[in-house]
Design a protein around this ligand. Structure first.
Ligand code: ATP
Length: 340
């Protein structure tokens, strides 16, 4: 389903929880609503579902406004973080719930539930109750239950938050595959940037009720529009005094500079070709990360994080080094332009 959100506003009393929120979602895409806690992600999801009424703005499904439609008329499936399964119902009954409400006949229900049990790998567990399942299994039941009435849009609110780290990773890959296979437009809320980067086709960054940026994970990572986005997605260094660094005086007045650690190359005394042209600093910390070294270098009073490949010589704290900056972003009044 093609979803259009236009200038949605929501106030709770005097608190403005959603401010002029607009975005378009193409059919079949998996979208991550990402942002810090309290930013308004759940409020946006609830407005899409019809559980919260916006103060102004519009929501269009297939080009038609649904702003006056009740939740049950919107063709939406919902998965919550705390499973919200019916405790007194078996797995089968939970998955069948929406179809029972729709008064489908027994045979249709049995066929549909069995197909979903197979799809979600839950065969053999149909007679269990929620308390007899693992967290991952429960969330798969919640997913199957949401899918049973064949919604055109699936909304998932922090679907993996209550699950331990290892299962969560497996489950999110599983969810992505499942959604791709079904081709169902889906939106999930998360405050976990790694989760959003890994599975979303597109990410919508929400902060303080506003859309900060929309793009593919790669676009957002490579071209963050604001310092907030740069800090929220991936590791970054903010350098406020870049003009004081050797070779960087031409950037005076451009605002705070941002560089990703993978774009900072640390050169030891033996590796550097012309030390006099490069900023110089002292290594203040080195952490072995398995796939690389994380090196912190203090340059002109600013600590800069860099990644150093393992095949290079180990560096020690206190060592004097030079750095090469491969890509800098500048943020001036929240507008970024890559200048180097
Ligand atoms: P989290 O990741 O913590 O769930 P979120 O980004 O989903 O956060 P929301 O739950 O949408 O954020 O909340 C946005 C803001 O609106 C919060 O400050 C919250 O306290 C406020 N809020 C949400 N619902 C209500 C309500 N019914 N009444 C008053 N304030 C509310």
């Amino acid at each position: 389903m093609h979803v259009i959100v236009r200038n949605l506003n929501k106030k709770f009393g005097s608190f403005h929880a959603a401010k002029d929120v607009s975005f378009d979602i193409k059919k079949g895409k998996l979208i991550g609503l990402l942002g810090p806690s309290g930013g308004g992600k759940t409020t946006i999801l609830r407005m899409l579902a019809g559980l919260e009424i916006p103060c102004s703005g519009d929501i269009l499904f297939h080009g038609k406004s649904v702003i006056n439609s009740a939740p049950q008329e919107r063709g939406i499936g919902f998965v919550f973080q705390n499973y919200a399964l019916f405790r007194h119902m078996t797995v089968f009954q939970n998955i069948a719930f929406g179809l029972t409400i729709q008064k489908k006949d027994k045979k249709t229900i049995a066929n549909k539930v069995n197909a979903l049990l197979e799809l979600t790998g839950l065969q053999g567990l149909e007679n269990r109750y929620p308390h007899q399942l693992s967290g991952g299994q429960r969330q798969r039941v919640a997913f199957a239950r949401a899918l049973a009435p064949e919604p055109q849009l699936l909304l998932l609110d922090e679907p993996f938050a209550a699950i331990d780290a290892k299962v969560r990773k497996e489950l999110r890959t599983w969810l992505k595959e499942m959604i791709q296979r079904l081709g169902i437009t889906s939106i999930f809320v998360t405050h976990d940037q790694e989760e959003a980067i890994e599975i979303a086709d597109e990410i919508i960054i929400i902060n303080q009720g506003r859309v900060e940026q929309v793009g593919t994970p790669m676009q957002i990572y490579k071209h963050p529009r604001s310092a907030f986005v740069a800090n929220f997605i991936g590791e970054s260094n903010t350098i406020r005094n870049i003009e004081e660094w050797k070779g960087f005086s031409k950037f005076t007045g451009l605002g705070a500079a941002m560089v990703r650690p993978e774009n900072v190359e640390v050169l030891t005394h033996e590796e550097v070709v012309r030390a006099d042209t490069l900023p110089r600093g002292v290594v203040s910390n080195v952490i072995f990360k398995g796939s690389n070294w994380q090196v912190e270098v203090n340059i002109e009073g600013t600590t800069v994080l860099a990644y150093r490949p393992l095949e290079k010589k180990e560096i020690s704290v206190g060592e004097e080094v030079n750095v090469v900056i491969h890509q800098l972003h500048f943020f001036d009044e929240d507008k970024a332009n890559i200048v180097k």
